[in-house]
Design a protein around this ligand. Structure first.
Ligand code: NAP
Length: 386
């Protein structure tokens, strides 16, 4: 079985690459990589395997140079005859930015990009399965404080926190319109963050936001809202198991579900023990975000409610030499806090039934172990390129 995998240099795609390379069913994995040359692409792929000492087999792992944003990308793929014998496409690449600044490129990569891959997939004689890595948050922001089922999405009327989730929804819609249902596997992870194995996670994607919260300590979000967070190892295991399992559905949440859900408060309680010298975490009304931003701009008016938290303002003054640094962090963190306030949990009954996997470890449990890696995170790198 030959697989064409996109996004293999990313957080989830990297984990999928290493896991798929270990499966007996898999002969070759063609990896779409953005690179300057074939040598550069191989270096990038080797790096994915080196992180945890996994073996890179150049006979099995074959780079395919390309960029989803290219004009006529399907033609580029068709010209590479070596990948004609693809049986499975796993499309994990996406532009995952939440920043409005990147909305155009997010649309180009996530909507035009999948359109080109679909066009190419229709020319493949041996194609058995097109796996689309979607996202559970395509359900939008109108659903609050309850469990969401797969059937509730996609919904074209849903309002979205960020353009990214809209583009991921459109990707799903385009795929289901173009390929027969039996060839489609749509997996919708919730929030993938950290690793439940006690080692350095493959990437600090989203974990940078926890370190930012750790730095701020006063957080304008409802700390008790339920959060659906899963570790990368569970996400990858669930997807690869589903791929080779007898499936009863074509769409699955890859999620914690209610049984393993967490909350911002549970997570901060879990990491607090590792930072005994910092002020205690305090959750305040989300409306205070505007005032926190004004404080960082040095424009907080007299009489603001934020002055009631004077010890936190003193702490910020001492920890940020330039409050513009705090402005950068707040701008990037804001959509994450908006997601955290929604209280959405994604039902994973179908996943657990068809894979026989156990519930994932709750995030507050494994993040207590991962707290020691938080200090390695460059929060500004995360904030600038979320
Ligand atoms: N992380 C989460 O919590 C989460 C939750 C739900 C769903 N998902 C979905 O899971 C998938 C993987 O996300 P991730 O967290 O692993 O993201 P990531 O770490 O940012 O990885 C994104 C991958 O996509 C590639 N990519 C981006 N733009 C590209 C382009 N124009 N052409 C070719 N490749 C491009 C990147 O390549 P470079 O290395 O060259 O940049 C990278 O390999 C995405 O589809 C995302 O929507 C993620």
């Amino acid at each position: 079985m030959n697989i064409f995998l996109t996004g293999s240099t990313g957080f989830l795609g990297g984990e999928l690459l290493v896991d798929l390379a270990k499966r007996q069913e898999v002969d070759k994995i063609y990896c779409l990589v953005r690179a300057l040359s074939e040598e550069h692409a191989i270096l990038r792929l080797k790096h994915v395997f080196e992180l945890h000492g996994d073996i890179f087999d150049p006979k099995k792992i074959i780079p395919v140079l390309g960029n989803l944003g290219e004009h006529d990308f399907a033609k580029n793929l068709s010209a590479q005859k070596v990948i004609d014998d693809t049986h499975i496409i796993v499309h994990s690449a996406a532009n995952t930015s939440f920043s409005k600044v990147y909305d155009k490129v997010v649309e180009q990569v996530n909507i035009s990009g999948i359109n080109e891959i679909i066009k190419w997939s229709l020319t493949l004689k041996n194609l058995q399965t097109f796996v689309y890595i979607g996202t559970a948050t395509i359900c939008g922001k109108d659903i609050v404080n309850r469990s969401v089922k797969e059937e509730e999405s996609p919904n074209l009327k849903a309002h979205h926190v960020v353009r990214y989730t809209y583009t991921k929804m459109m990707g799903e819609i385009m795929l289901t319109k173009s390929l027969p249902k039996e060839k489609i596997l749509i997996v919708r992870p919730s929030i993938i963050m950290g690793d439940s194995r006690d080692w350095i996670p493959r990437s600090y994607v989203i974990l940078w936001a926890i370190e930012t919260v750790n730095m701020l300590r006063l957080i304008p979000v409802n700390g008790k809202s339920a959060l659906d967070v899963i570790p990368i190892d569970f996400a990858s295991k669930a997807i690869t198991t589903l791929l080779f399992a007898k499936r009863n559905h074509s769409v699955y949440h890859i999620s914690s579900g209610a049984a393993s859900a967490t909350s911002s408060e549970l997570i901060t309680n879990a990491i607090a023990k590792s930072f005994p010298d910092l002020p205690p975490f305090k959750f305040v009304d989300k409306e205070l975000m505007k005032e926190v931003k004004l404080w960082a701009k040095k424009k907080l008016p007299e009489g603001s409610k934020l002055y009631e938290y004077g010890s936190y303002l003193d702490y910020w003054k001492n920890s940020f030499t330039d409050t513009n640094e705090m402005r950068i962090l707040l701008a990037a963190l804001e959509p994450y806090l908006e997601f955290a306030e929604l209280g959405q949990v994604f039902d994973n009954t179908k996943l657990l039934q068809d894979t026989q996997l156990s519930e994932p470890e709750p995030a507050h449990s494994y993040l207590a172990r991962a707290a020691k890696y938080l200090k390695n995170i460059d929060v500004f790198a995360g904030a600038i390129d979320p």
